[in-house]
Design a protein around this ligand. Structure first.
Ligand SMILES: [Zn+2]
Length: 186
């Protein structure tokens, strides 16, 4: 597959450095209002750093995808499941309307592994809290659009995760019992 894989921890340390640079330039003092945050994010480099928290092709996600593929499942990657939204689903089964999200332990505040960085702690707390709210909102929007949302942590066993996904897909594929269908009026 791809040559140089970036582990989540490498990515975080890279981002931390990038964001640290912005912090050192005194920019976080602007992070108080939406309009101000917008102007801050208008710096192209910063915007890309911030968007990286829903990155594709992380190692745990690749392992799950590999396992699903090996079992004959076909899916879409980084799929835009919501109309008028750029938010993507890591692994999507559009036919069954199943949305799989594999959340990084750091960015998505896994209760087992979250370590808020001690430097720029306030900045990180605000940032991570916003990501959490965004995750909840995404799940709600997906559900409102008829998607079954399956969220996993990156620390979970990829084999176990893929089994649970396969099960959900298989259940969604179960033919509808004809005796339970409503017949249209003649
Ligand atoms: Zn974790």
């Amino acid at each position: 597959m791809c040559g140089a894989r970036v582990t989540p921890s490498q990515r975080i340390s890279g981002l931390s450095t990038a964001i640290g640079r912005h912090i050192q330039s005194g920019i976080p003092t602007m992070l108080t209002g939406v309009a101000k945050e917008k102007s801050w994010a208008s710096s192209e480099a910063a915007r890309h750093s911030m968007q990286a928290n829903r990155s594709r092709d992380t190692e745990p996600e690749l392992q799950v995808r590999h396992e699903l593929f090996r079992h004959g499942l076909r899916y879409r990657v980084a799929y835009r499941a919501l109309p008028h939204s750029l938010r993507t689903v890591d692994i999507a089964f559009p036919g069954q309307r199943i949305a799989v999200l594999i959340d990084g332990c750091f960015w998505h505040s896994c209760p087992d592994h979250l370590r808020t960085p001690s430097t720029h702690a306030d900045f990180w707390a605000t940032k991570l809290e916003a990501t959490k709210r965004r995750d909840q909102e995404t799940s709600q929007m997906l559900a409102a659009n008829g998607w079954l949302v399956l969220r996993f942590w990156e620390h979970e066993d990829p084999i176990e995760v893929s089994r649970r996904i396969e099960q959900a897909v298989a259940e969604a594929k179960t033919p509808i019992d004809p005796s339970k269908t409503v017949r249209p009026n003649p």
